[in-house]
Design a protein around this ligand. Structure first.
Ligand code: FAD
Length: 451
């Protein structure tokens, strides 16, 4: 309940305060969910604000269906809330992961698992090794996300579009959202920007760069005989190659395996068509991408139904409600992670999260010039080239978890988020099942010269 003030003054007039929390998380995607749950489990009152009518961000609304980039060889390098979520999905039959015995590089395992997308996509081995990753159902992700935030007693406000940061004297104190009820303010002692597009930090005046990458209109096809489709691929490879090449030409941009299995029988996930030269921050571009993507999907569907074994009865089950935007604004924080840092697996003394084998320093979540704001997720402080290879869902969740715990430590200690003692943050994360990583023993890793 608003107590100190029931209204905030805004250039557009007085705005009613709809909530006050210790921690305000803006954006209910993977990073935001993890930040909110971690903050609440560490004793904070938490409000989570999301523009859409569901949680999950690109993982659910963008129908991005493989939780990956979370293994360093055989070691599972992203743990914590992400693993809890996968375990819950698996128990519901809404995620599929390869068992430990199948996680290796050999032809039989490739044939068994590669159409699930659960392989190390960064490996140069042929075939690429099957590893721990999870193909999941997007509605299942929403369901489990709801369970996690409800159990942690997070106050969730869906249908609320962030529109402006409330900043006074260089310190963020909350945000203003647009909704069916009109404008309202939500206040927080610490704010986490988990919008993926850096909406909050940009509005608060933090420095950023604008990156770009291809966008994708993800869709699913139902009514597929996946056994027949795979038989054709492996037993008639020449004929398969001809049809597969034509399908990719129609799509006009896709990964090599343009369709993948899902936990739902007869339903495949198509992470395509990829399209270039669209700006994920521009209404006209977002609109154009929807029209162009759907046109290509319809053409692909007609071709697949007419020509591809296993696809004869297929139908378009759905097109993701959210356009697949990979990169827009990127924070220029206290430290900017480079491609070399990621590729060379540079260890940072202030590492608070990991991807497959690379590290996220706490400084890459701290904006310059705005106090009490943390940034977690795909818009973290990185160069465009670095973000392209370090933005998958599990590491974004690891960053989110670190942000939630950092907020708790700051408020417990009565210090600013930029002054949190990083060793204490790392210890707390480990104690709570997350894995910020230890200084690695491998020679390939470059130990940072100075903290
Ligand atoms: C086509 C595609 C395929 C991908 N494939 C994979 C894959 O197979 N595996 C994988 O791990 N990763 C994949 N990724 C990457 C991954 O989906 C994202 O990097 C990840 O979801 C980032 O999580 P996030 O929480 O930082 O951001 P997002 O998932 O973008 O979540 C941001 C949240 O903030 C909300 N939000 C944004 N603006 C506002 C606002 N103004 N007001 C209120 N709420 C707001 C959004 O609605 C959303 O819920 C893919 C991405 C794309 C686009």
């Amino acid at each position: 309940m608003a107590t100190a003030a029931d209204f905030v003054e805004d250039p557009g007039g007085r705005v009613p305060v709809a909530g006050i929390a210790d921690l305000l998380v803006v954006g209910g995607g993977p990073a935001g969910i993890a930040a909110a749950v971690a903050g609440a489990r560490n004793g904070l009152s938490v409000t989570l604000v999301e523009r859409y009518p569901y949680l999950g961000g690109l993982a659910s609304g963008g129908m991005v269906l493989v939780l990956d980039d979370m293994c360093n060889g055989a070691e599972i390098s992203v743990r914590g809330i992400c693993i809890e979520l996968i375990n819950r999905l698996e128990r519901l039959g809404l995620a599929v992961t390869p068992p430990a015995a199948d996680r290796r590089s050999d032809r039989a395992m490739w044939r068994k698992w590669s159409r699930w997308g659960v392989f190390d996509f960064t490996s140069r081995d042929k075939p690429q090794p099957i590893n721990y990753s999870a193909a999941f159902d997007p509605d299942g992700f929403k369901r489990v996300a709801n369970e996690l935030v409800a159990e942690a007693k997070v106050t969730v406000r869906l249908h609320s579009w962030f529109s402006r940061a409330i900043v006074e004297g260089g310190r963020i104190g909350g945000v203003i959202c647009e909704s069916k009820e009109g404008r309202h303010a939500v206040l927080g002692s610490v704010v986490v920007d988990a919008t993926g597009d850096l909406d909050v930090a940009a509005s608060a005046g933090a420095p950023f760069v604008v990156g770009s990458y291809m966008v994708t209109t993800v869709f699913r096809l139902g009514g597929i005989d996946t056994m027949e489709a795979e038989r054709f691929e492996y037993e008639e490879p020449d004929a398969f190659k001809v049809l597969d090449r034509e399908a990719k030409r129609i799509l006009g941009g896709s990964w090599d395996k343009w369709w993948l299995q899902t936990p739902l029988p007869g339903v495949v996930w198509c992470n395509c068509p990829h399209m270039s030269d669209y700006d994920g921050l521009k209404v006209a571009d977002l609109t154009r991408a929807d029209f162009e993507g759907r046109k290509r999907i319809v053409a692909l569907h007609e071709f697949a139904r007419a020509k591809m074994p296993g696809f004869g009865d297929c139908f378009i089950l759905d097109v993701a409600p959210q356009l697949g935007i990979r990169q827009t604004r990127l924070l220029e924080g206290i430290y900017v992670v480079t491609k070399e840092d990621v590729v060379q697996r540079r260890y940072f003394q202030d590492a608070v999260a990991r991807g497959r084998d690379y590290y996220y320093p706490y400084r890459a979540m701290l904006p310059r010039g705005v106090a009490q704001l943390l940034v977690a997720g795909r818009h973290y402080s990185a160069t465009s080239a670095a973000q392209r290879i370090s933005r998958e869902i599990p590491p974004c969740m690891a960053m989110g978890q670190a942000a939630g715990v950092a907020a708790a430590l700051a408020l417990e200690g009565g210090v600013a988020v930029g002054e949190v003692e990083v060793k204490a943050l790392q210890r707390r994360l480990r104690a709570q099942g997350a894995d910020p990583g230890d200084r690695p023993a491998s020679n390939a890793c470059i130990a940072e010269a100075a903290a």
